[in-house]
Write a new protein. Sequence first.
Length: 393
Amino acid sequence: MPVRQTRVRLTQVRPMPVRPMPVRPMPVRPMPARPSNQAAVQGLSCADCSVSAQVMNSGAAVAELDLRQQASNDRYDVALLANGTLQIRRHNGASITVLGQAPSGIADLSNWATISLSVSGANPVRLVASVNGTAKLSVSDSSASAIAGPGTAGMWTDLAGVIFDDFTVMTNGASGGGGSPDGGTPDAGPPDAGPPDAGPPDAGPPDAGPPDAGPPAVIFSDAFNRTTGLGSSWRIMSGAWLTSTRAQSDAHPSNQAAVQNLSCADCSVSAQVVNFGAAVAELDLRQQPSNDRYDVALLANGTLQIRRHNGTTITVLGSAPSGIADLTTWATISLSATGANPVRLVASVNGAAKITASDSSASAIAGAGTAGMWTDLAGVIFDDFTVTTAGSP
């Protein structure tokens, strides 16, 4: 059979051009403003004044009010942190120094709260931070970086969405908006300074007599002028103590002693201490049989704290630099406790108040207790331990 041949012609297939599809741009969502949102009042200058505002930081950001703000942006602030802590801070250029801190006591940071800062004086500058009208923190700034001159006021936060309202600046002591009723003649003339305010009704026995409890009285003191140990006036709760014109801890990690047969609620404790920049030197008040207590603690880094002990839990109620230049020399620290709901606590160094804190928590120690001392290392020394009724420095 003949073979049939089929001729196949190959043709080149030309590729079709591919038309690119248009790319639709995706909408760009603007990022929240961060990490700085700051505004300052124009044409304002004050030195001794207060700033307040309602704020809501929703537990996620810092809400800050500023005073004595300079052209360089150096300033003081009260800052409500995301964790509810309240701080007083000083800004010098890019450096931020925390002068003191305490719990704000704000139960819900997603609700409105009023924070405020008051600044007065120079050398030292005195600063008080408050929440909802209650002072939470009081510090003094006598450092070389203190901001002594007048400046403006402002507000700052690090996140978008933080809200401020009712921003108000007042001269110190004013109860209104700063007009003439607060700073003019009516406050300086006879109605405020004449006989009705200076006569017997304001200065006589009703204000100075027994209702005010009179001058403070020493209810316990010990200068440790012996070599026989702490003695029967003290109960050693941990560690060991030596005496030789002073008391010295002799063990670690805990040396604690409490005064025997002492009970006071509204009282103060003070002592000279040297912690050598290596240990904690602590004085105690309202100490219970359970060892719950308040203390003023001088830390190894020179920080001063007011703390509450509940069992093994230690809560820092306030913190500030002690201002002690040399921790290897004597300094007098003290703690005053008064009242209940809230308990009012003031910590001082060499007679100058450094921290003021209020404790209205469920764990507050409202009842009377004894006084004592504690340290975590051997070699820390205490002297002139004194307990007085309330009102003492």
